[in-house]
Design a protein around this ligand. Structure first.
Ligand code: RFL
Ligand code: PHB
Length: 396
């Protein structure tokens, strides 16, 4: 088989890239290790920035998102028993974010891909990438026990943090930066109405909590937990009890509890790979970087990587110019480091770290108190949360 771009991974990065390339008349094949149902079963991101919303529109798959997504113009911060609202809409000159689950976004992209008759090979096993330091890269894989070879011009590594693409790069050619946090997030999804119409980020003496949502009838809550905790040891009852202890009276009065439909623990990590291009191989999304979820940036960064990469590939095929693909790594990394910085800062501001004493909790409360009463402080949070424009830092 032959294609122009071989995309490894059918998560949001791979599917969005496939769709944008298709719109530009560029042929791509996607190879995915798991089944489509498995990919859709992973409960992950919930908040889309405007640039991500725009990219879904550009890919021609925004219709259901606009119908079902919930636009949010602000969120609450709860600390020291008090609630403060960050009015993103006012602070950023009218910008908003959209609550629309990664599962739904992935489903829309998958359906558009199959409606257009484009090739995605699910359950592609033992995917290996070859010769990406030449002009004739190849990908080999097995499907139903049969070996296949895919010839291509480029390989897009959209295969997430544990994928094969980054792992195939010679160690001397790559630099990795990493910080692992000493706690995880225990997430619970339930068919109960959200406790509040916007998100609530909570810094409490018992640790961080987040009240999020997927729709007006589906809630997503998170609790900071020690890394040693196991999800099986958390009954739904224990989860709700602990959440109540981290919320204020107003939220506790409104909280509706119910059985979980999903419960899992995610570790928190900051991670960046430099560069993101190795000859004819490009890394995009979680394959190249990870952020802790506190700033809701992971999926959004994946989408903007894909946009930069797609622009470069279009320039290559349409204008016969390599300038765009040559720029990809540096351009994407600039945006990535800004989001990494924000996510790390917001994480250390909102969580209890095991080695920090009571003085650090006081520092956090003083910083939060300052930020919530300073126009500049509020704006810096709002501006980063809604997402910096694609060309931020490049304008005169
Ligand atoms: P994915 O989603 O991991 O998809 C990679 C795909 O590649 C496949 N794969 C392979 N296929 C073939 N061969 C191999 N050898 C392969 N190895 C792997 C995998 O099966 C998979 O299908 O990466 P992608 O596409 O780059 O997307 C990234 C996002 O999923 C991620 O950044 C976000 O979910 C992060 N995230 C959030 N991001 C936001 O923007 N806003 C949020 O509110 C938000 N909340 C979150 C999050 C992530 C979380 N977890 C669990 C990590 C909340 C949580 C709890
Ligand atoms: C989510 O709804 O899953 C979510 C929302 C905001 C975050 C992280 C996760 O910062």
């Amino acid at each position: 088989m032959r294609t122009q771009v071989a995309i490894i991974g059918a998560g949001p990065s791979g599917l969005l890239l496939g769709q944008l390339l298709h719109k530009a008349g560029i042929d791509a094949v996607i190879l995915e290790r798991h089944t489509g149902e498995y990919v859709l079963g992973r409960i992950r991101a919930g908040v889309l920035e405007q640039v991500c919303i725009d990219l879904m529109d550009e890919a021609g798959v925004g219709e259901r998102m606009h119908r079902e997504g919930l636009l949010h113009g602000g969120f609450d911060m709860l600390f020291n028993g008090e609630r403060h609202r960050v009015d993103m809409h006012r602070l950023t000159g009218g910008k908003q974010v959209m609550v629309y689950g990664q599962t739904e976004l992935t489903r829309d992209l998958m359906e558009a891909r199959s409606a257009a008759g484009l090739t995605t090979v699910y359950e592609a096993m033992n995917v290996r990438i070859h010769d990406f330091d030449t002009s004739r890269p190849r990908v080999t894989y097995e499907k139903d026990g049969v070996s296949h070879e895919l010839h291509c011009d480029f390989i897009a590594g959209c295969d997430g943090f544990h994928g094969v693409c980054r792992a195939s790069v010679p160690r001397h050619a790559i630099r990795e930066y990493e910080k692992v946090y000493p706690f995880g997030w225990l997430g619970l999804l339930s068919d109960t109405p959200p406790v509040h119409h916007e998100l609530i980020y909570v810094n409490s003496d018992r640790g961080f909590a987040l009240c999020s949502q997927r729709s007006k009838t589906r809630s997503r809550y998170y609790l900071q937990v020690p890394l040693t905790d196991k999800v099986d040891h958390w009954s739904d009852e224990a989860f709700w009890q602990e959440l109540r202890l981290r919320l204020d009276e107003e939220a506790n009065d409104k909280l509706v509890t119910g059985p979980s439909i999903e419960k899992s623990i995610a570790p928190l990590r900051s991670f960046v790979t430099e560069p993101l291009r190795f000859g004819r191989l490009f890394l995009a999304g979680d394959a190249g970087h990870i952020v802790p979820p506190t700033g809701a940036k992971g999926l959004n960064l994946a989408a903007t990587d894909v946009k930069y990469l797609c622009n470069g590939l279009i320039e290559y095929y349409r204008d016969k110019s390599e300038a765009g693909i040559d720029r990809y790594s540096a351009l994407a990394l600039k945006r990535i480091w800004r989001a990494e910085r924000f996510s790390w800062w917001f994480t250390q501001l909102m969580h209890r770290f095991p080695d920090d004493g009571p003085i650090v909790a006081k520092f956090q409360q003083a910083e939060l108190d300052y930020l919530m009463h300073s126009e500049a402080g509020l704006r810096t949070i709002a501006e980063n949360y809604v997402g910096l424009p694609l060309d931020f830092g490049q304008r005169a």
